[in-house]
Design a protein around this ligand. Sequence first.
Ligand code: PGA
Length: 253
Amino acid sequence: MNSRLPLIAGNWKMFKTGPEAAAAARELAREVAGAQAVEVMIAPPFTALEAVHAALQGSAIALGAQNTHWEDSGAFTGEIAPPMLKAAGCRFVIIGHSERRQLFGEDDRGVNRKVHAVRRHGMVPVVCVGETEAQRDAGQTFSVLDKQLRLGLENIALGNPLDVVVAYEPVWAIGTGKTASDHQAQEVHDRIRRLLAELLGADLAAGVRILYGGSVKPGNVAGLMAMPDIDGALVGGASLDPQTFARIMRFRS
Ligand code: PGA
């Protein structure tokens, strides 16, 4: 265990209407009381943000968004701007999720613009990085992550290590039921922290939370969280059911 406060984050992807998301959030708000020394965040779809924000009033659960545009406003049909997310109550914004990269053509330059935009508005970017199965098999895992982080975090000045979160999500483990082993994940997290030390300085890097994502479930979360450089989880499928997600946020018990 280290001194970083773990962050357990739920990414609800394109699931749940506003009323459904608010009901799940209310249930989670009741459950979070039993989770010790952990920060919890949920990222519902845009249309559910305000309802979930209202449902979370009085609870310690933080609200996150799944994406953002980098401009503050403008003629960008179908997009959502950082000030809108801020006004809806978001504290976190997931950036560069592998589904955005693979299905919607996002690249590291766009990720970097979004990271800057989110920081400008005082929210915390959750910057997702990860290699595909083919890249891992070709021995390119570290070089892929290196590039994603160097470009994604370019020119980011942090005053506080909690102002950015990195999520390592091997693409081959997302929604597949395949999880990286605890030690496989730790090896990559250690590497990411060393790279962060190079980019941000050792003191800041020591405090940045690095989450693991990819088929995290109640049965595997404790083993992952026992690793020295794994500071939380970004959970997709297993975050949709409040009781299952509650078991993940209570990973210590
Ligand atoms: P999963 O998704 O937990 O369903 O594998 C993780 C993610 O995409 O963030």
